[in-house]
Design a protein. Structure first.
Lengths: 372, 269
């Protein structure tokens, strides 16, 4: 196919357009149309040389006619066949009367407005999260009074999905953390000849903080995102609305089993991570520092208070509630499109990890205040 | 078969230009054969309605013609280009000369309506952003959407508006052929009638060829110049709607002489 072309020539108050004035060729002629100005009171637009005209081309004609009319020049269109005239009229009718307003430059006022709006929206979402937490707790209490409301199959299947299936990754993560701590500790402690203290280092840091915190982060990424995506997709397809009309409570059916499954499984996963971490640490201490397993265990028994494990495990159910509630709450914020599911899933993971770390910090302060 | 394509009939069609020419098409999924030896011509400037029972492969035919399904055998020519085996450059060129509006719009959910309409322009045309924006707004206005709809996301529109927005995107490159899949499905009767009018009006003023898969008898009576009935894995019969009642086939008889068909016919008169 030959390159489509179009040309415009101006003489004696007559602009002659020839060739194909179609969407494909608009790029060539747009500037010529923009620059066209008639000094007289009328301008004749001669379209007799046109081979083709489409809505894009008609738009240029109509735009020219409007612009010149505003400048006081009347445009006559001649030589167009009836179909082309009809097309020009259709486009002229469809074209919005006022040209789209240009975006105004943004000043300090708009910036302040955005800031205020953002703060307000942030506050609203805090309120919304808290009310969702309240709703979930209320439904939980109702369930303890009426145990048949508990969806046993859903709970068990969620426990398998979020708990059992996560064991390999959590155990591996714990093992590697133990190995890393042991390596790093060894390098420092060897300088003082205090190799044996590596046991305290590993045990206390894993039991109190790392085991449960990193498990929570993995679970937030793994199960939290799955919760938001699955419930969010149901929201998009109006399945949640369908549930409500069938008299099923989405909190009972979808949210409670997931949150409960996490509350039950997260401590178990955390415990597995702790054990794997101790195992990894002991193995590395043996290889790297020559601390034998027997010595490691004796030292662990004698020097590490069981409270260190308790302090870590106490936090697990709280982390579980944060992850589960944030994920389900974000899922309920999904609106309309699949795009929204993706966005909410991202915020679900980011916010639950952030809140877990913030909560962990709060626990640390609390435990150091009460002195355990 | 009285409506099917015969050599004599093809002879008389010589002065008309076939923009779509399907010959000996065979489509199958695994062992399930959807079309077998299907022939179809679509003439320039007509509105062709494709009807047929559920599962007769109406949408599959549309998807095959626009290249979303690869047929097992046969040839498809669109605007004189072999879209199955022709040179890559020619096939890409043809793609800019047709527009497809899918059943539920298939608008890109992360883009606004205006951005959706501008997407094919950005891809295929070299135009200034301001001109593209103006053309996009024009297309949106042509399909009868208010200017306010430009900045909205597809999820914020009603079903009928989404269908209109999909049509605007299909028209973005000023195509010669528009494929519509169930354009009025899921619309209320008033919305469906308005959409029919819109398609008819655009078809006349833009000189479009429209290939429309539909179940809607009102649309068939209101705007279709010709109808092709899919049954028994091929185009059983094609012709103007008045001829359909004379066809001796149980499904066609039931479809075109049932109470709904009579109501639609009365309405159109």
């Amino acid at each position: 196919m030959a390159a489509p072309s179009v040309s415009l020539s101006l003489s004696d108050y007559t602009a002659r357009i020839s060739g194909r004035l179609v969407t494909n060729t608009l790029g060539q002629i747009d500037a010529a149309f923009q620059g066209l100005s008639a000094d007289g009171p009328t301008l004749t637009l001669d379209l007799s040389g046109l081979e083709a005209l489409d809505t894009g081309g008609a738009y240029l004609v109509v735009r020219l006619r409007r612009r010149l009319a505003a400048e006081g020049t009347e445009v006559h269109i001649s030589g167009a066949n009836p179909d082309q005239m009809q097309l020009i009229d259709t486009v002229s009718e469809a074209l919005p009367k006022d040209e789209g307003q240009e975006d105004l430059p943004r000043g300090v006022k708009e910036w302040l407005e955005d800031l205020g709006e953002g703060t307000y929206q942030g506050w609203l979402s805090v309120l919304s999260l808290l009310s969702f937490l309240g709703l979930t707790l209320q439904r939980f209490l109702r369930m303890t009074l009426q145990p048949r409301r508990l969806r046993m199959p859903a709970l068990v299947s969620q426990m398998q999905e979020t708990g059992l299936n996560a064991v390999p990754i959590v155990a591996l993560m714990g093992f590697l953390i133990g190995v890393v701590l042991s390596f790093q500790g060894a390098a420092q402690l060897r300088q003082f000849g205090a190799e044996v203290f590596v046991v305290d280092l590993i045990a206390i840091s894993i039991f109190r903080e790392l085991g449960i915190l990193l498990t929570a982060i993995i679970v937030a990424g793994r199960s939290g995102s799955a919760f938001t995506a699955s419930i969010g997709s149901m929201k998009v397809r109006e399945e949640i609305d369908a549930m409500r009309t069938l008299g099923l409570d989405p909190i009972d059916v979808l949210v409670l089993p997931r949150v409960l499954a996490l509350v039950i499984m997260l401590p178990a996963l955390g415990f597995i991570a702790n054990i794997a971490g101790i195992f990894g640490g002991a193995l590395m201490s043996w290889i790297e520092l020559g601390v034998s397993p027997g010595m490691f265990i004796t030292r662990l028994y004698e020097n590490t208070d069981v409270w260190h494990l308790g302090v870590g495990m106490i936090k697990a159910p709280f982390f579980a509630v944060v992850i589960g509630v944030v994920a389900c709450w974000r899922a309920m914020q999904v609106k309309g499109s699949s795009e929204s599911v993706g966005r909410q899933t991202t915020s679900s993971v980011v916010q639950s990890i952030f809140l877990v770390i913030a909560l962990d910090a709060a626990f640390s302060i609390f435990f150091s205040e009460v002195g355990v | 078969m009285d409506g099917a394509l015969t050599p004599e009939k093809a002879q008389s069609d010589v002065q008309r230009e076939a923009v779509i020419r399907v010959r000996g098409l065979r489509t199958q999924f695994g062992t399930q054969v959807v079309h077998d030896d299907l022939n179809l011509d679509v003439w320039r400037g007509e509105v062709l309605g494709i009807v047929g029972g559920s599962g007769t492969g109406k949408s599959v035919l549309l998807r095959t013609i626009v290249g979303l399904n690869r047929p097992a055998a046969g040839s498809i020519e669109v605007l004189g280009v072999d879209v199955l085996n022709g040179p890559e450059a020619e096939r890409r060129n043809v793609e800019t000369r047709w527009g497809v509006a899918f059943q539920d719009g298939a608008l890109f959910s992360s883009l606004t309506v205006l951005q959706n309409v501008m997407t094919p322009m950005r891809e295929h045309l070299k135009l200034s952003p301001a001109l593209m924006k103006a053309l996009g707004e024009l297309k949106i206005s042509l399909v009868g959407l208010p200017p306010l709809a430009c900045g909205k996301l597809p999820s914020e529109l009603s079903g009928g508006m989404r269908k209109r927005a999909a049509l605007a995107r299909a028209l973005a490159l000023d195509p010669e052929i528009v494929f519509l899949d169930e354009p009025t499905a899921g619309l209320d009767p008033i919305g469906a009638a308005a959409y029919d009018d819109l398609i008819g009006e655009l078809q006349r003023s833009l000189g479009l060829t429209v290939f429309m898969v539909t179940h809607d008898l009102d649309s068939l009576y209101a705007i279709c110049d010709r109808i092709a009935v899919l049954a028994e894995k091929r185009v059983l019969v094609e012709g103007p709607i008045e001829d359909m009642t004379a066809v001796d086939h149980p499904w066609v008889q039931e479809y075109f002489t049932g109470p709904r068909a009579r109501a639609a016919q009365e309405k159109s008169q």
